[in-house]
Design a protein around this ligand. Structure first.
Ligand SMILES: [Zn+2]
Length: 455
C-alpha cells in the first residue's frame, strides 16, 4: 500500500466514530441540518449565514482552521443529491473532535488550511427532493447570469474566500457504470475544463492531480468502481467557471452501489478520500500524483438498468428478447419517503447493457397480466386474499376506485392502479411493469413493478 492508501484506509476505518447518525437516509431536510450546525458551533466552528434561498431558507458557511490556504467545499447545489452533505457532517465531526485518533491528520489540516464548507446550497430543492431550486432553475447553469440568490451566494463566497481548491460535490444517476462491465460507478470525477479547447493550465492540472490522489485511495479501498466525466466545456456551469476563476476545481459525483440504496457506504468512502486529499493539500503532497493517473480513470458509461430479464420467448416475434426495467423513486406527499415504480425501459437485444439484478428467463415465455377489478371487493385491501393464488392465475394488476397513494408504500405483490387512469400494461417502453413468465406447465414467475416473484 502507498502512504496515501494507508491514510485512506485508516480514515475509512475510523469513520463510524464520526458518522452523523441523524442523517441516515437521503431525504433529510434543511431543518434537520440546523441543529447539526449549532452543534458544530458549540464545538468551535465559526458559522455564518451567507444569505437565503428564494423561499427564505438560510444558507450557511462553516469555517475552521488557521492556515493560509483556503479550501471551499459546497454540497447539494442540486436538491436531490445529498450524499456529500452527509459526508461533510461526518468530516466536520472528525475535524472538531478532540480525541487521539488520527490527531496528526486533523491538526495538519487545521494548521495549514482555512476550510469553508457550504452544506446544502439549494435548501428549497432539498425540501422537494428535486434537482432544481424553487424557481425550477438548475443552479449549475446559472454561474454567468446569477439569476438566483443561491448562485449569487456561491459566487460571493468564492470571491470572499479565494480558495486554492474547490470541491463541487454532487450525486449522479445510479445507472452509470464502468465501461464494458456491470460495475456501478459509485464515484465519478472531473477536473472541469475552463475553455472550449480544454486547455490544461497549472490550476486545472492540480485538480487532476487531486483526483488522481483520491483514485489512488479508491484503487485499494474500492477498486474498479470509478469513472471520469466527459470534460466538454459548459460555459454556464459553476465548476467550469470556478476553474477559470483560478481555483483548482474538483467535481465529485456519488453514483450507485449495489445494496447501498441510501448511499451510506459511498458516504463513508467520501469521508476517506476527501479528508485524505485535504491532508495532502495541507502538506503540499498533491503534486506527487501524475496527470496520467487522472486520464487512466475510465470515462463513464451509462448502461445500467435496475433489472434485466434475459432471453424471454416473446410470442409475436417467436424469438427470445431481453427486457430492461428501471425502478423510479416516486416521493410520498410529505417528501420524506418514497415508493418504487417499475417501468419498462427497453426490449430487444440488450447484450451491451447490465442490470443491478439480472434474471435468466431461458425457456420461459412472456404472458401479459390480467387485470382484477378490486373496486367490486368490499373491506380492507388484501383481507382474506392469498396473493400467490391470484398471481398463479395470471392476475397482476388490481384496479381500484378509491385509489389511495399510501397503498403504494405497502408491500403488496400486485400493481395497484387507479381504475380511472385507463392504463396500458403491454410490453412497451415507458409502460408500468406487470407480466408473467410461463413454461409449458404453467406460470412460473410474476414480474410486478420491477420485482421477479417465484410462484
Ligand atoms: Zn448535481
Amino acid at each position: 500500500m502507498t502512504a496515501n492508501q494507508t491514510l485512506g484506509r485508516k480514515l475509512y476505518e475510523v469513520h463510524p466514530q464520526y458518522k452523523e447518525e441523524s442523517l441516515n437516509h437521503r431525504r433529510f431536510k434543511h431543518q434537520d441540518i440546523l441543529p447539526l450546525l449549532e452543534h458544530c458551533k458549540e464545538k468551535g466552528a465559526t458559522i455564518s449565514t451567507l444569505g437565503h434561498s428564494i423561499e427564505d431558507r438560510s444558507i450557511h458557511e462553516v469555517k475552521m482552521g488557521s492556515g493560509s490556504k483556503n479550501v471551499m467545499l459546497w454540497t447539494q447545489m442540486h436538491g436531490d443529491e445529498p450524499t456529500s452533505t452527509m459526508a461533510v457532517f461526518d468530516m466536520l465531526h472528525f475535524l472538531l473532535a478532540k480525541d487521539e485518533a488520527l490527531k496528526n491528520v486533523r491538526e495538519t489540516i487545521l494548521n495549514n488550511l482555512e476550510l469553508c464548507f457550504i452544506p446544502m446550497l439549494n435548501p428549497d430543492g432539498v425540501e422537494r427532493f428535486q434537482r432544481r431550486n424553487a424557481a425550477e432553475i438548475d443552479l449549475n447553469r446559472d454561474a454567468l447570469k446569477l439569476a438566483c440568490p443561491e448562485s449569487r451566494i456561491l459566487k460571493a463566497a468564492h470571491q470572499k474566500n479565494k480558495p486554492i481548491f474547490g470541491f463541487n460535490l454532487h450525486d449522479q444517476s445510479k445507472y452509470y457504470n464502468v465501461p464494458g462491465t456491470n460495475q456501478t460507478a459509485s464515484h465519478s470525477f472531473l477536473a472541469p475544463a475552463y475553455d472550449y479547447d480544454k486547455n490544461i493550465n497549472t490550476v486545472r492540472k492540480a485538480a487532476m492531480q487531486g483526483i488522481a490522489l483520491m483514485q489512488e485511495i479508491l484503487d485499494e479501498l474500492h477498486p474498479n468502481q470509478s469513472g471520469r466525466y466527459n470534460d466538454d466545456f459548459e460555459p454556464r456551469a459553476f465548476g467550469d467557471n470556478i476553474q477559470s476563476w483560478g481555483t483548482s476545481t474538483i467535481l465529485v459525483e456519488a453514483g450507485g452501489l449495489r445494496n447501498d440504496p441510501e448511499k451510506q457506504e459511498i458516504r463513508r468512502l467520501h469521508f476517506s478520500i476527501l479528508l485524505s486529499l485535504l491532508y495532502n493539500i495541507a502538506v503540499d503532497g498533491v503534486k506527487d500524483n501524475e496527470v496520467d493517473q487522472y486520464w487512466a480513470i475510465p470515462e463513464n458509461d451509462r448502461k445500467l438498468n435496475d433489472l434485466i430479464i434475459r432471453g424471454v420467448q416473446f410470442p409475436s416475434i417467436d424469438h427470445p428478447i431481453d427486457i430492461s426495467i428501471n425502478k423510479e423513486e416516486v416521493d410520498s406527499e410529505d417528501g420524506k419517503s418514497f415508493y418504487l415504480e417499475g417501468l419498462i425501459e427497453d426490449l430487444g437485444d440488450l447484450s451491451t447493457f447490465f442490470g443491478y439484478e439480472e434474471f435468466d428467463a431461458n425457456g420461459l415465455t412472456y404472458e401479459a397480466a390480467k387485470i382484477y377489478d378490486y373496486s367490486l371487493v368490499s373491506g380492507p385491501i388484501m383481507e382474506g386474499i392469498n396473493p400467490k393464488e391470484y398471481l398463479k392465475e395470471g392476475i397482476g394488476v388490481l384496479e381500484m376506485d378509491n385509489f389511495d397513494l399510501k397503498l403504494k408504500l405497502k408491500s403488496i405483490p400486485f400493481l395497484i392502479v387507479d381504475k380511472n387512469e385507463n392504463l396500458d400494461f403491454s410490453l412497451k417502453p415507458g409502460n408500468k411493469c406487470a407480466f408473467f413468465l410461463k413454461d409449458e406447465v404453467g406460470i412460473k414467475f410474476a414480474v410486478i413493478n420491477g420485482n421477479v416473484i417465484p410462484l
